[in-house]
Design a protein around this ligand. Sequence first.
Ligand code: GLN
Length: 382
Amino acid sequence: MLHSKLPNVGTTIFTRMSQLAAEVGALNLSQGFPDFDGPQALRDAVCRHIAAGHNQYAPMTGLPALREQVAAKIARCYGSSVSAEHEITITPGATQAIFCAIQALIQPGDEVVVFDPSYDSYEPSVELAGGRCVHVPLSQPAFAIDWQRLSDALSPRTRLIILNSPHNPSGALISRADLDRLAELIRQRDIYLISDEVYEHLVFDGAQHDSVLSHEELYQRAFVVSSFGKSYHVTGWKTGYVVAPPALSAELRKVHQYVSFCGVTPVQWGLADFMAEHPEHVSELPGFYQAKRDLFCDLLAGSKFRFTRAAGTFFQLVDYSLIRPDLDDVAMAEWLTREHGVAAIPVSVFYQQAPKDLRLVRFCFAKREETLGQAAEKLCAI
Ligand code: GLN
């Protein structure tokens, strides 16, 4: 019998809910992906590069033209100057970037702080490196960092803290004041950061994203991760990047070159062209997704679900305790999918130990107006 290295891991909730949605013909607001396409000019650019023969291995660290575009975007958005050559690495998706950063950092016995609810790939990646996750729940209802609990969770074995802002699944944002407080807390310790910022451009109501890239002190010990999949509506292209100071990037690249070696070549060419030609694309994202959030929330106002509008990401949490307080959130997500034709993601699966009275499910609003209208109609009828 094979001795499993991940004995506690099954099939992810995203696969399970998307499969169930397909099986019963439900609208799929569970797994986070748009039901509309990325920009035509971007898709055309990739096709053009395939036709032009850009189909062999890309450089291990990523196509220089794309790394230059990422550096230019970072300068524009966060006012920081990073080296395209030494600090930016293109990866096949943010998941792989996070995996490589964890393998580069974590030794057997090391502890990694994750904030619950936390994205599902963090813990298995830590376990494969021989580390152990220490789960610190975010405080309710705002999903904010509980500083006392964080401070209590740190030990001499703590090697890494994983941040995620804008936060999946709550949409909560980490502020500049939070980053300053974190810097103070870890200043005298040998602790690194992974800052998962895949939703960096999805912030609403005029708020700005406080990136670790704009925090000089924290950046010195950070791997900042993003995903073209989220920012360009092409999750299936599985292309992301990591920004880290040269010494950290060098260690990350040692792992990345043996996990995948490089990212997909024509996709990188297409993204580089599109970013050069359409720098406005990312600055239009907040308005684009805020309109979707507001449409969905306005329509849901007539339902029995209760919610506070998400501050960021393309997810909306809703409390269903006025509808089926008897069901836990996993049963509720299944009930919504099977009985009411709208698939959702339960929130408890992102916890080591979820609060007992948690009655929240997550809907993805990266959908066409028509889909959001149909979903809201079904949800308002409950
Ligand atoms: N990040 C996406 C979500 O939260 C899912 C990605 C995946 O299926 N692994 O829904």
